[in-house]
Write a protein that binds this ligand. Structure first.
Ligand code: AMP
Ligand code: MG
Length: 346
């Protein structure tokens, strides 16, 4: 399949291309589009065949459900049964990086929901995503636009690496603003369960809902045969081919450990910007200033891809704190590392 690559500089100048992209979606084809979280691999969410094409293009197991994207929060009513809590969340956080799990209506094929009777709904804030969904006139099912097991794409070049020849069109809208996938919550009456942390933080959710619990799989390894609340939790995502080890401990001690490891092995390091001049200048992938978790979130996936292509024996990174967007970083990194944390003792 030939993949058309379209660069979008200004939304107003892109209407003709977006109309063509919308037509591809309506007729069952696949279009990759930018969102504020990561790039999405879109297909018509009302068309079971389009959903099958999405799973095939990604090489994704079909029991791992897709998120449906709508142009306006109230459109959820056409495809699901939202309650008061949904509307409280929508008022506070939509459009934006929040996905809500709701009981699904008949018109959403079970292929989209991996056989579940619930559906994940999100209303993205990225202007290109918003306009595309509006023009398509149908909800867009879209997982992250990477091959299954690769880090999510935060730039169109990552998408091209993974999906060139597998989709009709890639819309390049520049670098993703947040860089980690959406926060996912499940509503039970007035209680929220945080299934996946993202740009909308635990603290922000607590400002809107009194009862918010964090699903254990966000921070801990699932036991053998344990059934996760969200099917995606059981897959090892974001995994580079080299083993990833997260380092915990005193800053100076960790730096000394990294220096020693650089002499001993061919390791790649996801370092803080401040460490760039303190380490040997080989296979260093800066993810941002130590105290700037938002920048680290934005750069993580791109740094993981680059570190992976360095063909190092091992990839080291810092264990992030679990505060604010740090919880989302922690969740992605701990999974990339298959929960391998090394504590550097004094
Ligand atoms: P991705 O689209 O790659 O960001 O992944 C979407 C994630 O949303 C999946 O891995 C699922 O775990 C989660 N998800 C989607 N639909 C549901 C649902 N109905 N119930 C629980 N989790 C869901
Ligand atoms: Mg994904």
């Amino acid at each position: 399949m030939h993949t058309e690559h379209i660069k979008i500089e200004r939304l107003e100048a892109a209407e003709t291309d977006l109309l063509r992209a919308a037509e591809i979606l309506r007729s069952g084809g696949l279009v990759v589009f930018p969102t504020e979280t990561v790039y999405g691999l879109g297909g018509n969410a009302l068309d079971a065949h389009a959903a099958e094409r999405i799973y095939a293009a990604k090489g994704r197991p079909s029991d791992n459900p897709l998120i449906i994207h709508v142009a306006f929060p109230e459109e959820a009513e056409r495809y699901a049964y939202p309650n008061k809590t949904y509307y409280r969340l929508a008022k506070a956080f939509m459009p934006g990086p929040l996905t809500v799990i709701l009981p699904k209506k008949e018109n959403i094929p079970t292929t989209v929901t991996g056989g579940l009777d619930s559906v994940a709904v999100r209303c993205p804030s990225h202007p290109v995503a918003h306009r595309l969904i509006e023009l398509a006139g149908v909800p867009i099912a879209a997982p992250s636009a990477n091959l299954s097991g690769k880090p999510s794409p935060t730039a169109a070049c990552h998408v091209a690496e993974d999906l060139d020849g597998r989709v009709q069109m890639i819309l390049d809208g520049g670098e993703s603003e947040i860089g980690l996938e959406s926060t996912i919550v499940k509503i039970d009456g007035d209680t929220l369960t945080l299934l996946r942390p993202g740009g909308i933080t635990y603290d922000a959710l607590c400002m809107v809902c009194d009862k918010v619990t964090v699903a254990p799989a966000v921070t801990h390894r699932l036991a053998e045969n344990e059934r996760p609340l969200s099917p995606g939790m059981k897959y090892r995502h974001y995994a580079p081919s080299a083993p990833v080890v997260l380092l915990d401990g005193d800053e100076k001690q960790v730096l000394a450990f990294l220096k020693a490891e650089q002499e001993r092995t061919s390791c790649a390091i996801l370092c803080y910007d401040e460490e760039l001049l303190r380490l040997a200048p080989v296979n260093l992938f800066p993810i941002g200033p130590k105290d700037d978790l938002a920048t680290q979130a934005k750069r993580l996936f791109s740094a993981l891809r680059e570190a992976d292509s360095a063909n190092a024996e091992m990839i080291y990174a810092h264990l992030p704190p679990m505060e604010g967007i740090g919880l989302a970083l922690y969740n992605r990194m701990i999974r990339a590392a298959a929960h391998t944390v090394k504590t550097i003792a004094q």
